[in-house]
Design a protein around this ligand. Sequence first.
Ligand code: TRP
Length: 465
Amino acid sequence: MKHEKQKTREGFSSSIGVIAAVLGSAVGLGNIWKFPYVTGANGGAAFILIYLLCLALVGLPVMLSEHLIGRNTKANAVGAFKVLQPRKPWFLVGGAGVLSAFLIMAFYTSVAGWIYAYIFKAASGSLLSTNPQETSLVFKTLVSGVGEPLFWQVVVLLVTGTIIMAGVTKGIERVTKVLMPLLFVLLIVIDIRSLTLPGAAEGLSFLFKPDFSKITVSVVLAALGLAFFKLSVGMGAMITYGSYVGENENLPKMALKVALSDTLVSLMAGIAIFPAVFAFGFEPDAGPPLLFITIPTVFSSMPFGGVFMVLFFVLTAIAATGAMLSLLEVPVAYLTEQHHWSRRNATLLTILGIGLLGSTATLSNSILANITLFGKNFFDFYDFTTSNVLLPLGGIFIALFVGWQWGQSNVYQEISNNGQIANKGLARIFLILVRYVVPVGIILVLLAGLNINIIGFLLKLLGIV
Ligand code: TRP
């Protein structure tokens, strides 16, 4: 059954436009900033293997679930559940997603602000140095300031808000379609430079030679969290984007294409960064500053490095902005559709809220540094709880909804475009994943993250060990 709630709803105008927008949501700071720093902090290659497993078994099925729900209902994250289950509280899943969007944007706009600031620092030449101490100092000075990082965060919010106000097809599609390929080409250039640095081999083996002794529960939790964050899933952003997708789009194929391209971009960012980490004597586990202190040294050691460096930060800023559009779109679509706000007011209220919350993330490196929640400063708290708690929890419910609540025949209809695509086998595998593998897998990892070893407990209960 189709829900023709809004016949005149704006949508993406072409198949390429759809993929560009969904990929534009996936590719962002997650690839260039988060993937390298989380990989570095969790020991390298073994972490990457687990990450790939989480992507395939959990991230991809949740992405497809969101696209199916979104396209079927043509509604926002909250409205979609209300359309499908008007009398049950599933819409709370969408509500939690709207909340997660705020928390993610709080730190995301802060990091995006650092990127914007780096465009100008790169242009002024102050980042041209192959001395780790110097590049670290530039970064520390920026983030421990008050006015400068806040200023850039506001700029980020205004830029993103303006594009969102312009509307879906016009704004999102146009910006992301053209510039993603350019970022890709530039990454190839940096990879070549990084790989030819003396000592690059050590960085490559860090990335690709797994040391399984490094795997702990927190490494697995980090890999799972990154899979959600990377694919923009677990909070309804892909429900919202799915609602703009046309009836003839092959959704499983699209999800697979997006996940593969996104992973390629992450790995290329890793290849840009880790050889340099070892060549210049940085620590791979530097955490969130990693990108900002290593990348300038790579550029500084190549011809025309200053020019390439500016270009790199411009393109990264664009990728980050494209990803943010999908985050901002979640509360905006919710407010306009569920509460009939104008798009303009919905956007303004949302960026105001994010600005207030986000300033606590930005200032957690300066005046709010001493305030901690569960042992983490504001920035780390938002970063950790969204990726490692809220998105996986959202993923469980989205998977359970599609697997057990929506109805098998509805799922088959939507996944095959009403029988137009012969993909019954694939649909069966998908249903097994969302019914069992995704919820059970996430619950085990989350419980283990809370130090509850359920398998050990069960084995003991049964008297096996
Ligand atoms: N995937 C984006 C990145 O890697 C971030 C992002 C955009 C996101 N929209 C999202 C993360 C929705 C979680 C949910 O940078």
